[in-house]
Design a protein around this ligand. Structure first.
Ligand SMILES: Cc1ncc(COP(=O)(O)O)c(C=O)c1O
Length: 362
């Protein structure tokens, strides 16, 4: 007898493959996953050291302490907060909760990869709206809306492009769609943004029932290993998501560390300053090397390589990997001429540019 076969849409799916390296080189420099350059808040590390939660006990289904800390830090309504095992889990359960097989969900051309993955796993139809200059385009998104559209996914700023839509454009998009479409606004990198024309979307949630803002502890707060994300949405959305979310998907250690991290404003401000300083430095260095890149407002840069000679993106990725430096190839996004590079600590950034120069000179 044959094994049971997975659903056809699962058979078509590719497994998500991060670039964490296969190299045996020690002290790998990992600039491939947009992680925090300065590690985590020492308060969070300390909280884990003294963590003495009963290991035999399940974690709370909803941590009042953590949702209170988030609500205080960002001045949001506590009852509208949902926690997830990373914001990835929330993206998945949004698709599972709302999409039927004949529904359509729109995502942008170079939008975050988890959106089409989640739509496909849910068994619905993903519809791509083309970008303009590597940036989401509101008119293109609106042109894809029809009676079958159930969700619009938008990461703002977007990964892997680093580009963003100003608040006015996001508001125009939201006000142009019917209220029976769910607007998923993923603001994973919002804490790094200093531009005045950007907004994190929370005020849209406060005034509309069809919006969810997604956030994460994996970037600025440096807790990627603990898998902790959160969403902010109307009570109706949260109630339904809670039926689908794993009942205990946020573990007790993540809760402890999350509370300590979100209260550590000093670490957050230091990380933002570090990011601004090194982003500006990296952009200057890349310009000196005649490499083109997108004007990122995040903690990573999408860099374009020539495609007609040996200094192409694939060779650059391989060369850097041979030197113990991991960056993210972009073939999976259809951007094979590009590499995405996160801002690292001082030593990592200097080493990256040093090796990139050697690659381009040879
Ligand atoms: C736009 C965007 N959303 C969500 C995530 C997932 O974050 P988490 O670690 O909370 O699952 C990422 C991670 O790279 C991201 O880039």
């Amino acid at each position: 007898m044959d094994l049971p076969s997975p659903r056809p849409n699962i058979q078509r799916l590719q497994t998500y493959k991060p670039n964490f390296g296969k190299s045996k080189i020690h002290n790998l420099i990992r600039l491939s996953a947009n992680e925090s350059a300065l590690g985590a808040s020492l308060n969070a590390v300390e909280a884990l050291k003294i963590f003495s939660g009963d290991l035999n006990r399940y974690p709370p289904q909803v941590s009042d302490e953590l949702t209170s800390a988030i609500s205080k830090r960002y001045s949001l309504e506590k009852k509208k907060i949902i926690l997830g095992n990373g914001s990835d889990e929330l993206i998945s359960i949004l698709a599972q909760t709302f999409l039927n097989s004949n529904d359509e969900a729109i995502y942008t051309e170079f939008g975050f990869l988890q959106f089409p993955q989640a739509i496909c796993i849910a068994g619905a139809k993903g519809v791509v709206a083309n970008d303009t200059n590597y940036t989401a385009n509101v008119d293109n998104i609106l042109s894809k809306v029809n009676k079958n559209t159930k969700i619009i996914f938008l990461a703002n700023p977007n990964n892997p492009t680093g580009t963003f839509l100003p608040k006015t454009e996001v508001m125009r998009l939201h006000s142009s769609i019917p209220s029976n479409i769910l607007f998923v606004y993923d603001a994973a990198y919002s804490e790094y943004v200093v531009n005045n024309d950007y907004f994190d979307g929370s005020e849209l949630v406060d005034t509309n029932e069809n919006v969810i803002m997604l956030r994460t502890f994996s970037k600025l707060h440096g807790l990627a290993s603990l898998r902790l994300g959160w969403g902010y949405a109307s009570k109706k959305i949260i109630e339904n998501l809670m039926k689908v979310r794993g009942p205990f998907s946020i573990n007790s250690a993540a809760i402890m560390a999350g509370i300590a991290a979100i209260e550590d404003l000093e670490f957050q401000n230091k990380s933002i300053e570090h990011n601004l300083k090194w982003m500006s430095w990296l952009k200057t260095e890349l310009q000196l090397l005649n490499l083109d890149f997108q004007p990122s407002i995040t903690n990573f840069l999408l860099i374009k390589f020539p495609n007609n000679n040996r200094h192409n993106a694939q060779n650059a990725e391989n060369f850097l990997a041979s030197k113990g430096i991991l960056v993210r190839g972009m073939k999976v996004y259809g951007l094979s001429d590009h590499l995405r590079v996160s801002i690292g600590n001082e030593t990592e950034n200097l080493r990256f540019i040093e090796e990139l120069k050697i690659f381009l000179e040879n």
